[in-house]
Design a protein around this ligand. Structure first.
Ligand code: SF4
Ligand code: SF4
Length: 174
């Protein structure tokens, strides 16, 4: 059996306060809580007050190539931009990329030892737009790929393995 962690998003309850972005970026800052910057958050709230649109989107997988096609959603008469609900860190946009390094950002469910009772964004959403659930499913636990491995892989794809190795070697000498 494997444990599946789910954050349920109730779009109707989100008022765009962006507390989730603040706490996610602070929790993942190094050192922890040393800074807040929504651009470093693994959850971003799609924001259009004029159309009364607030949709929290949680960062998913890094993808090397953007999609060839696009989707446009109309919900309750409101049209959402192409790619709005996509969770990918993708070359077509700046969303879910570390602003300084360009490395992909991905939600890690705030994994910690000892584990948190609930992810930080859920704890900080006072409107209950985010709620947390765990369930058991058939199947093996997937091997968890750490953030560093995903980041290194994207650097290798961007710059080539030799450049990355040379840089690491140079840094190690300092
Ligand atoms: S904290 Fe909750 S209400 Fe505020 S933007 Fe995030 S999801 Fe929406
Ligand atoms: S679960 Fe944690 S890492 Fe994922 S979006 Fe929420 S605060 Fe960020």
């Amino acid at each position: 059996m494997k444990k599946v962690k789910v954050i349920k998003i109730d779009v109707d309850k989100c008022n765009g306060c962006r507390a989730c972005e603040v706490i996610c970026s602070a929790f993942h800052a190094a050192p922890k809580y040393s800074s807040t910057n929504p651009e470093r958050s693994r959850i971003r709230t799609l924001f259009d007050p004029l159309k009364d649109i607030y949709v929290p989107v949680i960062a998913g997988e890094y993808t090397e190539a953007e999609c060839n096609g696009r989707d446009i959603y109309t919900i309750n008469g409101k049209e959402y931009d192409e790619c709005s609900f996509c969770r990918a860190s993708c070359p077509s946009r700046e969303l879910f990329k570390e602003p300084d390094s360009g490395l992909p950002l991905k939600c890690d469910m705030c994994e910690e030892e000892p584990p948190l009772s609930e992810p930080m964004c859920v704890q900080w959403c006072l409107n209950d737009a985010l709620t947390y659930e765990e369930r058991e499913e058939e199947g093996e636990e997937e091997e968890k790929r750490r953030e560093m491995e995903i980041g290194l892989e994207s650097l290798v794809k961007k710059h080539g393995v030799k450049t990355v190795m040379d840089t690491v070697t140079r840094l190690a000498k300092h």
